[in-house]
Write a protein that binds this ligand. Structure first.
Ligand SMILES: [Zn+2]
Ligand SMILES: [Zn+2]
Length: 94
């Protein structure tokens, strides 16, 4: 089932940590983040974006790089799915 954004229609899906997701929901400044593209995208899910604190807590590689399948332990992360186009519209470059 495709992800459909109410603004952008069918779009790529980013998974955001609660801090980034919360900032976008609140239209607040987005905290600095790290981007982890997935080596094997899952359906429309293309990228994981988490703040530095979440990356460190989850043991993700810093600096960020593409995650191998065995590293993309998404169930260990508390993330919220979000429209990638909405994220890009809301966030400036890191
Ligand atoms: Zn976070
Ligand atoms: Zn959108």
């Amino acid at each position: 089932m495709a992800f459909v954004c109410h603004i952008h229609g069918e779009a790529g899906l980013a998974h955001l940590c609660e801090h980034i997701h919360g900032a976008i929901e609140a239209k607040a400044p987005v905290p600095s983040w790290l981007s982890y593209p997935l080596a094997t995208p899952l359906d429309e899910y293309i990228v994981l974006r988490v703040c530095v604190a979440c990356a460190t807590a989850a043991g993700l590689p810093v600096p960020a790089r593409m995650l191998r399948d065995d590293e993309a332990a998404l169930e260990q992360l508390d993330t919220e799915p979000s429209c990638e186009a909405c994220f890009v519209a809301r966030a400036s470059s890191p």
